[in-house]
Write a protein that binds this ligand. Structure first.
Ligand code: URA
Length: 222
């Protein structure tokens, strides 16, 4: 429907199609990274920091994600990151399957059509359920490749917010699982697009990159 990402982003900023934008947030958040990446990461929905900055996964979960990606040779400025729902659910509640389906059916599907990635990473259960189906279970299905309605391969892994809640041996185990899932995604990307460089020389400081957008969102509240 859109001819480029900038056009889509403009429309997305104006989206008031469901009740999520009336849950006390600053309105829809967009994507971050670059629009012609072979790798797309799909998270759940914005938290407080993302609502402030207007872009996905820049808060505590995003910082942990950056570290995990770095360890497998990926930096966020070389890939495309987005969420299933674009508006922050009140109190960071988990968006419902219906909310996910409605928002992603409008926006994520457009994003994937425009970016045309080669590989999708689903972060956590909400993304898995949209991309795989309602019967997807993160504990059972993570780490296994599945086909999506876009005809693209996807792999799910634990959401970093889940890792942030774990301790001890559970945390060690889950971190290794995430490492191997992300490594599999990087390898698949390298296989499908061998010339594409997934890692910049230094990790990107996303909070700095998107600070102008934060200021803009403060002056133009939802
Ligand atoms: N969790 C997500 O899935 N996405 C965000 O943008 C922030 C936290």
């Amino acid at each position: 429907m859109y001819t480029n990402i900038a056009e889509m982003e403009k429309e997305l900023a104006l989206c008031r199609q469901c009740a999520l934008c009336r849950e006390g947030n600053r309105g829809p958040t967009s994507y971050n990274g670059i629009a012609d990446s072979p790798l797309i990461i799909v998270g759940e929905g914005p938290g407080g920091v993302e609502d402030e900055y207007g872009v996905p996964l820049v808060g505590p979960s995003g910082q942990l994600l950056d570290k995990a990606l770095w360890s497998v040779g990926i930096t966020r400025d070389s890939i495309y990151t987005t969420n299933i729902v674009k508006c922050r659910p009140k109190g960071n509640r988990t968006p419902t399957v219906e909310e996910g389906r409605f928002c992603a059916g409008h926006w994520l599907d457009e994003e994937i059509a425009l970016v045309r990635p080669k590989v999708i990473i689903a972060l956590g259960s909400v993304a898995l359920k949209y991309l795989y189906g309602d019967n997807g279970r993160i504990t059972k299905d993570r780490g296994r490749w599945f086909d999506t309605k876009y005809g693209l391969p996807a792999i799910a892994t634990y959401h970093p917010a889940y890792l942030l809640r774990l301790t001890g041996q559970d945390l060690v185990k889950a971190k290794w699982e995430v490492y191997y899932d992300l490594k599999a995604a990087a390898e698949k990307c390298n296989e499908l697009m061998p010339d594409y460089v997934l890692k910049a020389e230094a990790p990107a400081n996303l909070l700095e990159i998107y600070s102008p957008r934060k200021k803009q969102r403060l002056v133009n509240p939802n």
